[in-house]
Ligand binder design. Sequence first.
Ligand SMILES: Cc1cc2nc3c(=O)[nH]c(=O)nc-3n(C[C@H](O)[C@H](O)[C@H](O)COP(=O)(O)OP(=O)(O)OC[C@H]3O[C@@H](n4cnc5c(N)ncnc54)[C@H](O)[C@@H]3O)c2cc1C
Length: 457
Amino acid sequence: MMGYDYDLFTIGAGSGGVRASRMAARAGARVAVAEERFLGGTCVNVGCVPKKLFVYAAHYREDFADSAGFGWTVGDIAFDWATLRANKDAEIARLNKVYERLLHGAGVDILAGRATVIDPHTVEVALPEGPKRVTAERILIATGGRAVRPEEPGTDRAWISDDVFYAETLPKRLLVVGGGYIALEMASIFHGLGSEVTLTYRGPHPLRGFDDDVRTFVCDQLKAKGVKLHLNTKVMCLEEGDGGAIDAVYDHEEVETFDAALYAIGRRPNTEGLGLEAAGVTLNERGAVVVDDFYRSSVESIFALGDVTDRVQLTPVAIEEAMAFVATQFQDTPKTLDYAHIPTAVFSTPPLACVGLTEADAHDRYGDVHVYTSEFRPLKHTLSGSQERCFMKLVVEPKSDRVLGVHMVGADTPEIVQGFAVALKCGATKAQLDATVGLHPTAAEELVTMRERRPDE
Ligand SMILES: Cc1cc2nc3c(=O)[nH]c(=O)nc-3n(C[C@H](O)[C@H](O)[C@H](O)COP(=O)(O)OP(=O)(O)OC[C@H]3O[C@@H](n4cnc5c(N)ncnc54)[C@H](O)[C@@H]3O)c2cc1C
């Protein structure tokens, strides 16, 4: 062990890499981390954090409109993209510094450059002064993922999600291509900020993997708010339109003109050119590092966690995996993560949040399940005049009475579902939800007062 420069060398200072490096160093290991782009990784720089700031910004449009029914007069409203971008940039720069301090404070060496794996114990980092080789007993691959770039003709001018955060101007007309959570969130953000948004998706329903009822409900809500949805539609190519505009040519030959186009068509593990295959690391067909329950790859000394393993691509998951990795490797307490009951949200307007199994998955696993649903107009909108509605769904296993899934669409549902995730993790039953006294007046109380099963059962 003493023969190596470090006990741990981490490639990538994102959610997983920073946590693993810090905690390993705090456990007494000699640690270095290489980062080629930005400290804090995707989440802090081009993911969760700036996105959520934009979600808040976008919501003001509805808040101003809603306030009239409560007696407020909000004069002329105007939105300035440059202000939002500058304030967001300043906050992200502050967070970058926080991450730097956290790493330095824990005694982690930061190497600012792209790293490649040379052999099972050697890494080369491309530093401004020239390449530097270091050795480590263990190498951790925490390089995350990257947005897939479109291949259709003319898409070289299109944005991927990273570009949205650095855009010079707010597009008047925006095309969003894709049906995943990032596509829906971006469509909601730009609609809220004042762009005319069209979302195209080649399948019949966006948000594959989420419960079918909430998928439909969110789409209906977005349509009602004025986001144009073209489902079962493929964009064949982008052409140059008049005055620098972008003409999108659809498969049914219609052409629509935009000022910007965003492709949110998925993310791929960041393993290209990392030297992993040559070092003997097995990758799957999508290029993800294949690991065992303790994040060890096919090479004894090389580990991987977070998005680069292409399992559950969420920040808290990368962080928990990092904690389990450090406990196993540096604290003598083998630990792995329980992937059941990971709550997740789509920060569309309105947002969707869920934990546990979808009705379809529950049905596949348990056969007949009991389903409770509720759809209503939230109290706030009785005065605001907004047509936004709320939807809630519980999926219950009849034999054990265990709640298998909670699915919600509506304001604050991500905040609500975090609490219900605790209940599901503890194995809550429907009877226990029924025995819980509601907190009135809230939307969340509906989840503990659903007595009638869905009528179609
Ligand atoms: C638009 C968007 C919105 C999102 N919203 C949410 C959300 O609301 N909630 C949520 O939980 N998750 C969200 N995510 C997902 C979340 O950001 C990721 O799951 C999380 O960042 C994964 O962490 P990670 O450590 O695996 O990788 P990352 O955070 O991606 O970090 C990887 C780091 O490795 C660096 N790197 C790569 N290759 C090298 C190399 N060869 N040498 C040196 N450095 C390298 C990269 O520059 C990067 O900094 C979002 C993602 C996107 C894109």
